[in-house]
Design a protein around this ligand. Structure first.
Ligand code: EPZ
Length: 418
């Protein structure tokens, strides 16, 4: 449980953790590399722990030394047990790496995530184009690549982040060249390509819509520094925004922040970016964020929508959100309404009428970023807010409560949740 006594104006500076959504595919990529890989700036998250348990089940040895995660690859197994698959949606990204390394893979469908149905049709059809034979039965996948993986031209119907990552992991050691059209352009894709190329891969154009991969015979482990977490950065920015505070974030990648700047500036915040740091100064009362449409990168990211909705909840006017990526990503609206927010949700549209102030209350997180949004709103609410479902938040945030407390928030996390 997270307990917050608000409101409290935030000030000071913190360092931003490594990116969860880069660390997870990087750990899957380590399956492909002979010998030892070292991930620097690896965040300490429950989703990372789950990925480590998958690696260890496959036969790899993982050792954490501070923020370094060392992976010694001694792969002996090509199956991911259902329990581990169910714990994390992104476990599906191990599929391409395992079938490339072992010539076969068995795993069940990943956990049906709380954001709506999480299909994997794009992953499956893409891998089939590379010659992977996939049979589904009883919610489990059995994959074979009897003739090895063949490079191919694959055009993704949607620039899926996970499907792009699975394709890159399957193609990097394929026979021949793979061209991915309509690839996801998220920075995490570029981070994955940078690591794989350091291991001996030949991936060109990552971060653009067309990615070309010349298959190589084998990869050898290498060191890599995980990129900063852009969504965690946006979360702390939103925390400063709703409390009228002024904070500095260190170790950010300012290029990745650019697609998220508009709502902060529209609402009256002043953002200064310099090198690897960012300073945000918020007005006493926010203006509305006007119109937010979530889109694939370099559009406004869906993962930042919940925390920006917390800003809109206390803004001076009407804000309109259109969630184009996930079918069910407004579950945090219910918790915000309990705190006094005025939000109407109609399908993929949410209309937020900013209120003068929120009032603390007990609320429940239903997913990772929605939980963070409830904490952000609690910082602005008058009185005590208690946020349940902290296990969701721990999946993606390294000590969210501790970091906010160091910025002056009156917040603690108790370990009574599972
Ligand atoms: C990644 O999920 C991130 N997770 C998500 O972050 C992020 O919201 C999402 O990309 C979009 O940026 C990780 O990287 C671990 P997608 P992913 O495949 O790969 C549909 C967080 O909070 N789709 O780009 O699952 C899908 O249903 C998480 O950190 C298919 O229809 O996202 C969704 O509507 C949440 N078929 C849309 O595409 C498929 O085969 C985007 O999904 C695959 C996806």
């Amino acid at each position: 449980m997270i307990w917050i006594d608000g409101p409290a104006e935030l000030g000071g500076e913190i360092s931003v953790q490594g990116a969860k959504n880069s660390t997870l595919p990087l750990l899957a990529a380590a399956v492909l590399c002979k010998g030892q890989s070292v991930l620097h700036n690896c965040p300490d998250l429950t989703d990372v722990e789950t990925a480590v348990r998958i690696l260890e089940h496959l036969g790899c040895r993982c050792t954490r030394e501070g923020s370094d995660l060392i992976v010694d690859n001694a792969m002996v197994c090509c199956e991911v047990p259902q329990g581990l698959m169910q714990e994390m949606r992104s476990s599906i990204v191990f599929l391409g790496a395992i079938v490339s390394r072992c010539g076969e893979a068995r795993m069940c469908f990943p956990g049906g995530c709380e954001l709506g149905p999480r299909p994997i049709d794009l992953h499956i059809s893409a891998l089939q184009k590379l010659g992977v034979e996939i049979r589904e039965s009883g919610g489990c996948l059995s994959c074979q690549a009897p003739h090895g993986i063949q490079g191919a031209y694959v055009s993704l119907a949607f620039p899926s982040v996970g499907a792009t990552e699975n394709l890159m992991l399957a193609a990097v050691c394929a026979k021949g060249t793979t061209i991915i059209a309509n690839a996801a352009r998220e920075p995490e894709i570029s981070d994955l390509a940078a690591y794989l190329n350091r291991c001996g891969g030949r991936i060109y154009g990552a971060g653009e819509s067309c990615v070309i991969i010349d298959g190589v015979k084998e990869l050898f482990g290498a060191e890599h520094r995980v990129m900063p977490d852009r969504i965690v950065s946006a979360t702390y920015m939103a925390a400063a925004a709703v409390t009228g505070g002024s904070i500095t974030l260190r170790d950010v990648d300012n290029a990745h922040i650019l697609p998220m700047l508009a709502p902060f500036e529209e609402s009256g915040c002043e953002v200064r970016q310099m090198g690897g740091s960012l300073n945000i100064m918020a007005p006493r009362r926010l203006m509305p964020v006007k119109h937010i449409r979530t889109m694939p990168y370099p559009g406004f990211p869906t993962d930042a929508q919940p925390v920006v909705m917390s800003m809109a909840a206390v803004g001076r006017g009407t804000s309109i959100f259109v969630e184009n990526i996930f079918e069910n990503r407004y579950r945090h609206a219910e918790g915000l309404q309990r705190l006094g927010a005025n939000i109407k949700v109609e399908g993929k549209v949410a209309i937020v009428e900013g209120v003068e102030s929120l009032t603390g209350a007990p609320v429940q997180a239903a997913d990772l970023r929605g939980g963070a949004a409830l904490v952000v709103a609690g910082l602005a609410a008058h009185g005590r807010t208690q946020v349940g479902g902290v296990e969701y938040i721990r999946r993606g945030y390294e000590d969210l409560a501790g970091n906010l407390a160091s910025l002056g928030a009156r917040i603690i996390e108790t370990k009574d949740d599972p």
